[in-house]
Design a protein around this ligand. Structure first.
Ligand code: G3P
Ligand code: CA
Length: 268
């Protein structure tokens, strides 16, 4: 079995991360799952944003958790990726909804509607970011939203990821059966995590850590946990994942990963 191809923040090498445009592109190239980070706004909305602040993606001062959704909705979070777009004469008028801060609700609706129209299962790998001033409220809101979609159980096309073991424990308590991915930032954390996480939890190491600590991958594999690896953007990194037998690769370049898999004769 080849690994599932997961679009990291959408097709984020090509299109600005976490925008609807990046996710639509990911779906168009056949991504089998979409990864996103979530943060809570001051008025309680889950939005897909990686950084704590807006500086990198909107060029503005501001902390996501102190702002209301209506203020975030004013921002263009795509221009940083391609600052010359406005100057290109032949650029067609662009639907600005593709370039705005995306709510998790809209992303869930997009996946639900895509699946209904195309009859192709697409999954979501949702990462809750910590530390945050709202602590466990993030997981509470997330479970409430997933429940609205009927996606709060084991058969849902959703898994929840976090570097925070505590955050995943909250999900386990609030929505038993939801698939969980314990992200591993440092190799040195693995032995402690191994003794703490649930038997059916997935483990998510980063590719750099796997390269720097060759015994890490082998140790996770021997533990019997399913493995999802981020962020797999190079052919040689995909090979490492294939050797390890991982079940998902999370990439900024989902189309390239499909090409590399095809070149290895693996079924698409
Ligand atoms: O998929 C997990 C990965 O996204 C974790 O790192 O910083 O890209 O959220 P980061
Ligand atoms: Ca992430």
């Amino acid at each position: 079995m080849r690994p599932q191809v997961v679009a990291h923040r959408g097709a984020s090498a090509a299109i600005a991360e976490h925008t609807l445009g990046a996710y639509v592109e990911a779906l168009n190239v056949g991504a089998e799952a979409l990864e996103c980070d979530v943060r809570l706004t001051a008025d309680g909305h889950l939005v897909c944003v990686h950084d704590r602040t807006l500086k990198r993606v909107a060029g503005k001062r501001g902390v996501v958790s102190t702002m209301e959704l209506a203020d975030l909705a004013e921002l263009d979070v795509a221009k940083w990726k391609n600052p010359w777009t406005d100057l290109a004469d032949e650029e067609p008028d662009r639907d600005e909804r593709l370039d705005r801060v995306l709510t998790l609700r809209t992303l869930l609706e997009t996946v639900r509607d895509y699946t209904a129209v195309h009859g192709r299962r697409v999954e979501l790998a949702i990462e809750t970011k910590h530390p945050t001033r709202y602590g466990g409220l993030v997981e509470k809101r997330l479970v409430e939203l997933l429940r609205e979609f009927g996606w709060d159980g084991p058969d849902a096309p959703v898994r929840v990821m976090s570097f925070s073991f505590t955050a995943l424990q909250r999900i386990e308590r609030l929505a038993p059966g939801t698939r969980l991915v314990q992200l591993v930032e440092h190799s040195r954390n693995w032995s402690l995590l191994r003794s703490a996480i649930g038997a059916d939890w997935i483990v998510g190491p980063g590719i750099k850590e796997l390269r720097q600590h060759p015994r890490l991958g082998e140790s996770i594999r021997r533990s019997g946990h399913e493995i999802h690896v981020w962020t797999v953007n190079k052919e040689r990194d995909l090979d490492l994942c294939l050797d390890l037998g991982v079940s998902a690769v999370i990439s900024d370049k989902p189309a390239a990963v499909f090409g590399w898999l095809a070149a290895r004769g693996l079924p698409l």
